[in-house]
Design a binder for this molecule. Sequence first.
Ligand code: NAP
Length: 416
Amino acid sequence: MPKYKHVTIPKDGKRITVKNKKLQIPNNPIIPVIEGDGIGPDIMKATRRVVDAAVEKAYKGKKKIVWMDVYAGEKANEIYHEWLPKETVDAIRHYVVALKGPLTTPIGGGFRSLNVTLRQTLNLYACIRPVSYFPGVGSPVTHPERLNVIIYRENTEDVYAGIEWKKGTKDAKKVINWLNKNMKTNIRSDSGVGIKPISVTGTKRLVRKAIKHAIDKKLPSVTLVHKGNIMKYTEGAFRDWGYQVAIKEFRNKIVTEQELWDKYKGKMPQGKILIKDRIADSIFQQVLTRPNEYSILATPNLNGDYLSDACAAQVGGLGMAPGANIGDYIGLFEATHGTAPKYANKDVINPTSLILSAVMMLEYMGWEKSAKIIEKAIELTIKKKTVTYDLERQMKGAKKVGTSQFATNIIKNMKS
Ligand code: NAP
């Protein structure tokens, strides 16, 4: 049993472990939870209530999540006088599956971002963001129900690697001088400089996970999204390495778009997954104009960040956008949005994004029955038009309720 300074390990729970490359889930798993800053406490409270109620409804006391508070962000700074204590990272690693609220990144705290640091330290290389539509939610597009995608965003490299130098500093000058002299570049001396590494390792493990997901869930396609026409050796390489994984490791399960036309006259053979690629700017219009042609979208880090918010906007906004950061085994589940500080502690914000992140967590644990109960209850709650402000302003005839009331309504609408 690990020893922590400020984390109390619950006595009535057990640790999730990994055996023979599979998660072993006890009936009373200890799940570390970072409450989060800003709106974090409001949405986390709501989420825990909804999850506990659904698990109880599904398993009648035979299964139960045992939550364990761990700290990051403002709360950690109060308790530990540091923003991301080592024991928080250790606890997530040890207990394997965790739930997280949004975190403010301290200005001048020595971190680029707590979230990025957590993902990189725990090697959570795939950021998975499903985007689908709940009937009744207002949307800026005519057919929001046609969008049903899962974004697999690389989470550890690209311009998010944090390798950059501020304009005018000694280091920036050194880098610029070296490049101009040795690599025959022509970078202006008044530039800030950043580096964009994209590796075979980072790309292949991400695309591998995306294709495995498509196989497991019988999804029709995986699209590699890149800006390889311009950034040939980073984004273009992402596309090439993506196809390499598909062809080398999943040969009898996939067909590339090229093969579809060359060998199959454009008619998809049954039971196969189509592997295709699209340039980043093109995919932004395609998800609007031909959304039902896309299923899993595998992207480098920055493209995925932009694309997931753009897709979320089509199905009701950031309040409806869940996410997960997953490595080989560890899963840290969190909403796509941030701390929305202007709504902090007002009990008004939409908790659905975090609740749906918890749904992803339950699915990851194999507790599908409870996950389904929550999804169905959210659907019904939205159908009854009692929703938080963000949905109410987009829905005709809806009644506005606060965060906690919305959670209560979801619980009331649960059916086993
Ligand atoms: P944000 O917190 O995501 O909020 C931007 C806007 O999105 C809100 O004002 C609100 O729009 C809408 N929104 C966000 N969450 C919502 C929800 N649950 N329900 C309904 N609407 C929601 O972005 P930000 O204000 O740019 O960032 C604030 C802080 O969060 C920053 O410190 C940033 O670094 C941090 N951040 C953290 C994470 C993370 O922890 N993973 C991610 C992103 C940002 P309306 O005002 O139009 O209603």
